[in-house]
Design a protein around this ligand. Structure first.
Ligand code: NOJ
Length: 952
């Protein structure tokens, strides 16, 4: 049992909290999770890599492409690869050359005659390699390049395709593929000949007295931590090495508590000795700086070198391990003096299915990845504001008290959360009859200030004949089955004995969706949104705290095949349920938080990094993790502010709020044993500093929302690492404790170290950087010591941007909907600036029919004018919305970095439509290294219209 599922009302809480003060922070129980050498297929594939390394040039892989079978039709190359062992195994190959320049390489295993293989016949497991991961992860972007051409010469087939005449050079014997862009190789598949498709085989009984080899020991059965996996199909892993020649940084493959630039994994100083593992699991008290698996998996990796980026997406839902090594050698490609990154991908089952994304830069890679797996959903505005959670708010009175206190202390918040204790005996969709007697009236109270409620709904369903949801699920056959395939699987989680809903079954999803209807989820209102936790799934008595791999899902797929998609299948179903509950045409954008995720989760959920600890190491760890999620297409991500386990010091809590104000998903949360720590409890000066941090988030909501819009249209990360903003500046490639916010030019480095009064920030160019709060100006590229006392968030505006804000403090974001804007112009060294603003109603889907405002602001030194211009391609579709918004105005313009000549200006000339008028301007001289500023008061221009302001 992982957690202590004691009730919030029990007394041991105090004792435990006291004990925790005496004990050092606890550490993950390594013995509960496999290392590579404890996982049969990982061990075998790593051993193969070792043999290859030892053999050097004489090593070759037994995979040969049969030239005669090659065919290119409508942008798809097909052929047969022969595995030249075991009498020859046929592996159908397909290389799809997509219009957007992506290449997809898929290798399957041909069906064979009975007798040639042994599948365990007492199992219902489907006897096919899992080929449905694409159904879950992909949305499109795979139209083929019909004009691709092919030429074969001396055992090498070259295919030319894509918008820029990309090339794939396929060597037949042994099989390998080089991808080239403008004559330069950027990715090589099977560069080191580590490719391995463990074919299905007969189980050969050893003669008496003969022991199985070490490899064979785990072919047909594997035991770990007292659990035995029956492996009905025997060994079936797929592995491939992928080299990025000349690319010395790789990023991505979340979720790991590691640095953004991935460390090497085959030992040596400062490196890991284990591969990065992707096997969604509830890792209790996870540690920082580790390649261990966590709750979610996105098998997408980006490689970066100066001025160039490429990506690979390894589409497997099975347990996967990835080794990363940097080297100056490559068997096939002559590299520059720069290191190349060699990776080795190992999955337990399924197809070998890999996408190669050509870039040529990070922005294109993200777009290509988004075209494949979908862009992040544009969230409702409230969901990017501040969320207040703890395990648990124990009663309706408690909730209403917290709600009042936030107001009393003038701290804005949008959402309060209910954890598992709010239910009637951990039966989801119910309320504790004693403590939450009138859930609707509680939601009404919250709605008065436009606030929302989030309630938890987990995938384990209490095994209790009187619980309608559980009974229906079992009766209808919608539960995951155990390895026999007939009986519903039973395991242990919060409610005790439980079953798990099988969202791989479309009929189960249809049923699950109905549970969110207001007449089914009694006590819910349109103001209630959902938190899906424990969906790895977490099973307290299961192997590695999850489900047995030989469990059976819909379609007779083994759990092994689909494991990493399980969480996503569940939160997708919840999202669908929430979307339709109001009826056709009345949909609101659902908010669902998920702990487990896969490629594609971004289309329907937000994620958080699970159970972190209230210590400085976990505060530091959060940004690299959120940055990794952002570049892997899932930017709506956060970490528990304050740390889940333990009690943060007031300093740590305060710093965590300052950092959290820069998490795309911003939620305070705490374990049931942790002391209450709502921000107003911290005492002064902490409360004021935390209030300022939360208010900063609220005032920048227009900028955050605009960044989310760009993510949802083009896949751009919301928190942008240096290598995205400055792809030629190698000095920034490993930085993961500072980042840019969207297209605002805001560079943040929230303090994540104890007792700081200063911090070193890196400015990547010679442009001017202004301190966001006091306008101190920095003019030189490089490292700078900047103030970082407790009340200070190191936050800078790069010269050349216009940042939209809303500065009136309100109780929730909903109450700010029609508030006026402030525009902050950070003038560049050359005297110009530009910015973007996206606005819509923040809750419905009307924006999809064009009901939004999209404006470009430009400030030009030449004519000293600020302009607002329309970016909406079909403005007529926004006419009605513009009408609603036309009286929303800009109430203040702050120009930072103006020359002394502005001192004499008293008025500016405003033009909007055919009218013009004057507005006041006030100049302030900056002293002590601070920039001069000028402020225009109430220019009365509309946010929905074209206008100009002349400062001349
Ligand atoms: C585990 C989650 O990670 C945590 O956030 C939550 O409070 C507990 N489950 C209880 O639901």
């Amino acid at each position: 049992m992982r957690y202590r599922p004691i009730s919030a009302r029990s007394t041991p809480v105090l004792i435990l909290s006291f004990l925790s003060l005496l004990q050092p922070a606890q550490l993950v129980k390594h013995e509960n999770f496999k290392t590579c050498s404890q996982s049969g297929f990982c061990k075998r594939n790593r051993a193969l890599a070792d043999r290859a390394q030892a053999a050097g040039a004489s090593w070759t892989a037994p995979y040969e492409l049969d030239e005669k079978t090659l065919q290119l039709k409508d942008g798809v190359l097909t052929g047969k690869i022969w595995k030249t062992e075991a009498g020859g195994i046929e592996l159908p190959l397909q290389i799809s050359l997509l219009e957007n320049g992506i290449a997809r390489v898929t290798i399957d295993e041909a069906q064979r005659k009975a007798g040639e293989i042994t599948f365990r016949h007492d199992s219902k497991a489907r006897k096919e390699r899992y080929n449905e991961a694409g159904k879950w992860a992909l949305v499109g972007g795979h139209k083929c390049q019909r004009t691709a051409t092919m030429e074969t010469k001396e055992g090498v087939t070259t295919v030319v395709y894509g918008p820029d005449n990309y090339e794939a050079r396929i060597t037949h014997k042994p099989f390998s593929v080089q991808f080239l862009r403008k004559g330069e190789v950027y990715v090589v598949l099977n560069d080191r000949n580590l490719m391995n498709v463990e074919h299905w085989r007969p189980k050969i009984e050893k003669p008496e007295g003969e022991e199985p080899t070490e490899d064979e020991e785990t072919y047909w059965e594997e035991t770990f931590g007292g659990n035995t996996d029956s492996k009905p199909r025997g060994p079936e892993s797929v592995a491939l090495d992928i080299t990025f020649p000349g690319y010395d940084h790789v990023y991505g493959i979340p979720e790991h508590a590691t640095s953004l630039s991935l460390k090497e994994t085959r030992g040596g100083e400062g490196h890991y000795s284990e591969p990065y593992r992707l096997y969604n699991a509830d890792v209790f008290e996870y540690e920082t700086d580790s390649p261990m698996t966590l709750y979610g998996s996105i098998p997408f990796m980006q490689a970066q070198k100066k001025g160039s980026a490429v990506g690979v997406f390894w589409l497997s839902a099975a347990e996967t391990w990835v080794d990363v090594v940097k080297t100056k050698q490559s068997p096939h490609v002559l590299t520059t003096e720069k290191a190349s990154t060699q990776t080795h991908w190992i999955s337990e089952s399924g197809l070998l299915d890999v996408f190669v994304l050509p870039g040529p830069d990070a922005i294109w890679v993200y777009r290509q990845y988004g075209e494949l797996t979908g862009f992040t959903a544009l969230p409702a505005m409230f969901s990017i504001a501040y969320h207040q959670c703890r395990w648990n708010y124990v009663s309706q009175d408690d909730v209403e008290d917290v709600d009042r206190k936030f107001d009393k202390f003038d701290i804005p918040y949008d959402v309060i959360w209910l954890d598992i204790e709010h239910t009637d005996g951990k039966k989801y969709f119910t309320w504790d009859p004693l403590t939450f007697k009138k859930p609707e009236s509680m939601q009404k109270t919250l709605a008065k200030r436009d606030r929302k409620l989030v309630a938890i709904v987990d995938p384990h369903i209490k095994n209790d004949g009187d619980y309608t949801v559980g009974k229906e699920m079992v009766d209808k056959g919608f539960g995951v089955k155990d390895k026999g395939g007939d009986k519903v699987y039973e395991g242990w989680c919060w409610p005790g004995s439980s079953h798990w809903v099988d969202c791989f079954n479309p009929a189960a999803v249809d049923w699950w969706k109905t549970l969110f209807k207001f007449d089914k989820y009694i006590g819910s209102t349109p103001n209630l949104w959902i938190w899906n936790d424990m969906n790895e799934p977490s099973v307290f008595n299961g192997p590695e705290t999850t489900m047995p791999k030989d469990n059976i899902h819909h379609g007779n797929w083994e759990h092994r095949d689909v494991h990493n998609i399980n969480g996503m299948s569940f939160h997708n179903a919840t999202y669908e349920g929430l979307k339709v509950r109001l009826g056709n045409g009345k949909e609101r954008r659902p908010f669902v938080l998920t702990r487990s995720f896969f490629a594609g989760s971004q289309r329907s959920a937000a994620m958080w990094t699970g159970d972190n600890q209230a210590d400085w190491a976990h505060l530091q760890q959060a940004f690299p993790m959120l940055l990794a999620n952002g570049i892997a297409g899932f930017p709506f991500a956060g970490a528990d502010v304050g740390g889940f386990f333990g009690n943060p010091s007031k300093e740590l809590l305060t710093r965590w709020y300052q950092a959290g104000a820069f998490y795309p998903f911003f939620r305070g949360h705490a374990h049931i044993d942790a002391k209450r720590r709502e921000p107003y409890l911290a005492g002064e000066p902490y409360v004021s500093i935390i209030r300022d941090a939360i208010r900063l988030r609220y005032s920048l909501l227009p900028a955050w929302y605009t960044a989310f819009q760009r993510a949802s249209w083009q896949g751009m990360p919301i928190l942008r690492p240096h290598f995205v903003a400055f792809p030629d500046d190698e000095a920034g490639f490993a930085i993961d404790d500072q980042f840019f916010l969207g297209d605002t030019g805001l560079l943040a480095k929230p303090v994540v170290k104890e007792s700081a009064t200063e911090t070193t920030i890196y400015f990547p160019d010679d442009e001017v950087y202004y301190d966001y709060f006091d306008f101190s100006a920095y003019h030189r590229k490089g490292h700078h010591e900047v103030p970082a006392t407790l009340e200070k968030i190191p936050l800078f505006m790069r010269g050349g941007y216009i940042i939209p804000r809303k500065d009136r403090p309100r109780r929730s974001s909903g109450l700010m909907k029609y508030d006026p804007y402030t525009l902050v112009i950070s003038v560049s060294s050359e005297g110009s600036a530009g910015g973007v603003l996206y606005v819509d109603d923040g809750e419905t889907y009307a924006h999809e029919s064009g009901a939004y405002i999209h404006r470009a602001f430009t400030f030009n030194h030449g004519d000293n004018a600020l302009r607002s211009a329309n970016l909406h391609p079909e403005p007529e579709k926004a006419a009605a919305y513009n009408k609603v918004m036309r009286s929303v105005r800009v109430e203040r313009i702050i120009v930072v970095g103006v020359g002394k000549e502005w001192a004499t200006r008293r008025e500016v000339e405003v033009k909007q439509g055919s009218k013009s008028w004057k507005a006041k301007i006030v100049y302030t001289e900056g002293r002590g290294g601070r920039a001069n500023t000028a402020m225009v008061r109430d220019p009365k221009v509309s946010i929905a219209k074209d206008w100009s302001i002349s400062f001349a």
